[in-house]
Write a protein that binds this ligand. Structure first.
Ligand code: DP6
Length: 350
């Protein structure tokens, strides 16, 4: 038991993640229609600080992004706080200021809601420990943070852990849950050590469809049930591949997931075509490079046109020259971002 506190500051850095098995479609309360798997990133993260003060007259919540007031995200957080009273009964008693920044550029094809919401969830759990004067066990703390992060944004539930992470109930993974994510790296094959994620920036324009609207497209989608069955099969296979280290199968499943996600968007009503001509050109080039060199390099996509290239670190010396000579002319301002498998959130010393 530590002393409870009326005011203070807490802070966390928490990463973005790239989904290998996609979460696409959700039920009430931010519960997913199928289990998903992601890899947490190392260099792309949000740094969030939360300052709290026992309430005077006003119940103030303020959110600053990179030093500036951000009304839209502030509203999203205010809505989230409304739904958190069961988890944090003390929230209404405090004035809270949140300031956040990202290490990656806007709309770079890197999910910012995952890092932003997971770092905020971790801050709220740390705040709870301070205001109540309690100390949760590490497992309890992370589980709670993952639940809170999920309520903010589904994919954020996975960013609470480093390395490879699973979220969503699956018969083949004991302890898995729709409510929170769990780490699954205990027995990951060494080939995935320092696994690279190089993000090819095709367009930095704002997303045409928000993920919340995107998930809704699955509600009456004619292929919904076969998609959820496919995701479950791919999930089981991916769990096995992360242990066996079979990179050919890893690539096959990852690419199938990425293209299925886009196929589902293309044939939903309304429909969205988020792949750009340059995305398709890049995919062709990556496939032909793979087949001529036998280098295990594969791609995945989020709900946008940018490509995540995943491959073992040992291939960097061949892949970076390939990107520079054959791919950069199809990228916005020739830009790409180097990232890799990351270790997960870090608490800030404030
Ligand atoms: C395509 O987690 O952003 O990136 O729960 O509505 O905030 P909300 O959605 P979000 O959806 C992510 C969709 C995806 C696939 C994935 O990350 O699994």
């Amino acid at each position: 038991m530590t002393n409870s506190s009326n005011s203070g500051s807490v802070g966390w850095e928490s990463p973005s993640n790239i989904a290998l098995i996609k979460y696409w479609g959700k039920k009430e309360n931010q519960l997913p229609c199928n289990p998903s798997i992601s890899m947490s990133l190392q260099n792309s993260f949000s740094r969030t600080k939360l300052t709290y003060q026992a309430k005077g007259k006003e119940n103030l919540l303020s959110f600053l992004f990179e030093g500036k007031k951000q009304k839209q995200f502030e509203l999203r957080i205010a809505n989230l706080f409304e739904n958190l009273s069961d988890h944090f009964n003390f929230l209404k008693e405090f004035q809270i200021t949140i300031s956040s920044e990202n290490t990656f550029p806007h709309s770079a094809g890197i999910a910012s809601s995952a890092s932003a919401m997971s770092s905020l969830a971790l801050c709220l759990c740390s705040m709870e420990e301070e205001v109540k004067g309690i100390k949760m066990s590490k497992a309890e703390f992370h589980k709670k943070a993952s639940i809170i992060a999920r309520l903010g944004s589904g994919s954020a539930s996975r960013s609470i852990y480093g390395d490879f992470v699973a979220w969503g109930k699956s018969k083949s993974l004991s302890n898995s849950s729709d409510e929170y994510a769990i780490p699954i790296s205990q027995t990951t094959h060494p080939v995935f050590q320092d696994f690279q994620d190089t993000i090819l920036l095709v367009s930095s324009k704002k997303k045409e469809v928000s993920s919340s609207v995107g998930h809704q497209l699955m509600n009456n989608h004619p292929y919904a049930s076969s998609r959820f069955a496919q995701a479950n099969t791919n999930f089981d296979r991916m769990i096995a591949v992360l242990q066996s280290g079979n990179l050919d199968e890893f690539i096959e499943i990852m690419e199938n997931e990425a293209l299925s996600l886009h196929a589902l968007m293309m044939n939903s009503t309304p429909s969205y075509t988020l792949l750009k001509p340059n995305t398709l050109e890049l995919i062709e080039r990556i496939k032909s490079f793979r087949s001529s060199t036998k280098i295990p390099i594969g791609f995945t996509l989020d709900a946008g046109p940018n490509i995540h290239l995943l491959y073992p670190k040992s291939e960097n010396e061949k892949i970076i020259p390939f990107i520079n000579s054959e791919l950069t002319s199809f990228l916005e301002k020739g830009k790409y971002i180097l990232d890799k498998r990351g270790k997960g959130p870090q608490k800030l010393k404030i």
